[in-house]
Design a protein around this ligand. Sequence first.
Ligand code: UD1
Length: 423
Amino acid sequence: MEEKIIVSNNGPLEGTVKIGGAKNSALPIIAASLLGTEPIILEDVPKLNDVSVFLQVLEHLGSKVEYLDERTIKIDSSNLTSYVTPFDLMSKMRASFLVMGPLLARFGITKTSLPGGCAIGMRPVDLHLKGFKALGAEIVSDSTKIEAKTENGLKGTVLYLDFPSVGATQNIMMAASMAEGETVIENPAKEPEIVDLANFLNKLGGDVKGAGTSTIRIKGVEKLGGTTHPIIPDRIEAATYMVGAAMTKGDVMIENCIVSHISPIIAKLREVGCEVFDMEDEDKVRVVGKGKKLIGANIKTLPYPGFPTDVQAQFMALLSICEGQSTVTETVFENRFMHVDELLKMGAIIATEGKEAQIAGVPKLRGAEVKATDLRAGAALILAGLTAEGETKIGETYHIYRGYDDIIGKLRGLGAKIDRIEE
Ligand code: UD1
């Protein structure tokens, strides 16, 4: 038996959708909760498979995890019992590698396996390890395991990231937060999730400055405590519903989003011909596709504040029904066009070469049997199915639940015809 999602065209998406806490902020902050020696309460934690796997990793390491309600979690890491991560859980999710920095800081040693996750590229961890080495850790690794240790504790340093990797920036920030002296990260990632992590570390008693800019300065402290912290809204989830509003020529109010975090999406949706009202003071945007002619555009994924790679697949689904030619250039991951084959099954006209995909817009997609090749690809196929003629059946849906909290309920709330079935 395999679970599938069935979607069909039920007209425009209309109404209001409320965005939840960001997966990509919740995961590093859950990892950073290993640093605190007093209870931590996290609010607006999205209900996702990735979050529950990550919490199991923490429990394995000795943290006490308690759900206060569906999306509020209490974590107590005052008595950690292990610095060795569980292989079976780690292999399920790349982000689990983020426990390495905090464990190195707390124990001076950590043993972990290489991370799993979406197969969207080679996704090495060399920059994470370069950072740990610069902080004075010794790294021993083979093809499956990595051990990092330090005899005399981590020491602050100045380091430059060759690429502004989100995960490497987070792992280094967490390790450096308890190192001796000051660490300076040049060319760090500037994503909003980096800023959320810095704010969280500071609330625990850390000293992190400059997150969100090109230089982050971290003064190490001896001990971090506890706090209550709400996770920032998920900009990728917001963007997904915005693209859905555009594709179905609908009219959707997206509530609980930080408008400045989604400015590239707003700009590109306007470029393809939608009307977008940004109500920054109220943390809302309204996307109107109703009555608009959708015209092709070019997008190029880049580290923040550029166009997010995590919205590339959804936007490609949109461009495939925009009039004229579009180009999508993926510069962040080297293998993130797996959704192209699935969109082709639905009648899209797309040709890829290296980092580029050329799209010739078609008036309508048609329903087909497809599979969610990764998390965001799965979302793109749901959106495509909402506008296609006939029924779309999506397999390998577990990818989708890794990252979208109640996607079926939220889309139904906007009038979509979408169901889960067992086959
Ligand atoms: C995070 C997000 C993911 C998003 C990505 C880019 C989380 C949990 N995941 O992933 O949804 O798609 O940012 O916005 O927040 N790289 C190296 N060496 C390294 C680390 C990364 O070469 O040591 C490369 C990767 O292979 C990739 C690029 O850098 O090509 C971006 O990766 P990175 O920014 O690290 O993404 P993640 O933190 O894995």
